[in-house]
Design a protein around this ligand. Structure first.
Ligand SMILES: Cc1ncc(C[n+]2csc(CCOP(=O)(O)OP(=O)(O)O)c2C)c(N)n1
Ligand code: SF4
Length: 286
């Protein structure tokens, strides 16, 4: 029997809840890519947990038949770290918006990346705060006008890919919900990657963001050149920084010890590997 024949149907990963997103929201494409990826990965639903913050995109766990936590705005990483450490046989998908990830959750993101936390982090990046009705987000373009910034934002946009690489993420990709096949493939790769895998997904909000649309992204994006070397940090940085085109693909991927491997080492390693007890330290100071 071929590997495809052993994949459970995507329906196995759908919950009874119907998504409450606006018609045309980019998050629909991400959801169906996740259903497809979980089916290809053939992970039983009870071995998957989806953890989100707050936002339209953070409703995601409701639409999966897996375990899920709809947490607090910007606090996905502390929750994810606890779940990761406690449920070592689980596959952890953290999901949410660019506001959740890069604004209020930005501090946590850096440390989860440098810790090489073993998770797949899917950011539905629509360059706007959808749930709270259209304020500028960290990835909104300079000058982007909203009801709360009518003359345009004065901040330059943050580059999530460069940020993740600088912080130490070991897998960094960019995808577009308008290209579901590539997105599904990348989610499968990210889920198989040992360590912190972030995919920044262009996922348009047609209700509040009239600038970053399916049409505009289609015109802006291009696949990474075939000779791209994902282990070359400087090449990855240059291509992440490029705005014309905005590259899609796995920009950076390296192998280094993960959070769970380090925990295991502390448990089973030699005495020298283990952190010294406070008492030992006090003894030394006496
Ligand atoms: C601590 C806290 N601060 C602010 C809010 C209000 N709030 C809810 S969602 C959100 C931003 C949503 O934008 P994003 O995370 O990009 O997700 P989207 O709705 O665009 O998917 C904000 C500011 C909140 N719920 N909790
Ligand atoms: S407001 Fe925007 S992000 Fe939220 S569901 Fe509607 S289209 Fe999607």
């Amino acid at each position: 029997m071929s590997a495809e024949n052993t994949s459970p149907p995507t329906e196995d990963y759908r919950s009874q809840e119907r998504p409450t997103w606006c018609p045309g929201c980019g998050d629909f494409g991400v959801l169906s890519a996740v259903h497809g990826a979980l089916s290809q990965l053939a992970i039983p639903p009870e071995k998957v947990v989806a953890i989100s913050g707050i936002g339209c995109s953070s409703r995601f766990p409701f639409f999966l038949s897996t375990y899920g936590i709809h947490g607090l705005h910007g606090r996905t990483m502390p929750i994810t770290t606890g779940v990761r450490a406690a449920g070592r046989d689980l596959h952890v998908f953290t999901v949410g918006g660019d506001g959740d990830a890069f604004a209020i959750g930005g501090g946590h993101l850096l440390h989860a990346a440098r810790r090489n936390l073993d998770i797949t982090y899917l950011v539905m990046d629509n360059s706007v705060y959808g749930l709270t009705k259209g304020q500028a987000s960290p990835t909104s373009a300079l000058g982007y006008a909203t009801k709360t910034s009518p003359t345009g934002t004065t901040d330059i946009p943050l580059n999530p890919l460069m940020l993740a690489m600088v912080a130490g993420a070991s897998f960094v990709g960019r995808a577009f919900s308008g290209r579901p096949k590539e997105l599904t493939r990348m989610i499968v790769e990210a889920a198989r990657h040992p360590g912190f895998a972030l995919i920044d997904i262009f996922s348009p909000c047609p209700t509040f963001n009239k600038v970053n649309t399916f049409k505009s992204y289609r015109e802006e994006v291009a696949d990474l050149p075939e000779d791209h070397d994902p282990t070359d940090l400087m090449q990855a940085m240059n291509r992440a920084a490029c705005e014309s085109p905005r590259y899609l693909g796995v920009l950076y991927r390296i192998q280094r010890p993960t959070f769970l491997q380090q925990l295991e080492r502390l448990k089973t390693g030699t005495e020298a590997d283990r952190p010294r007890l406070m008492e030992d330290l006090f003894d030394e100071m006496r």
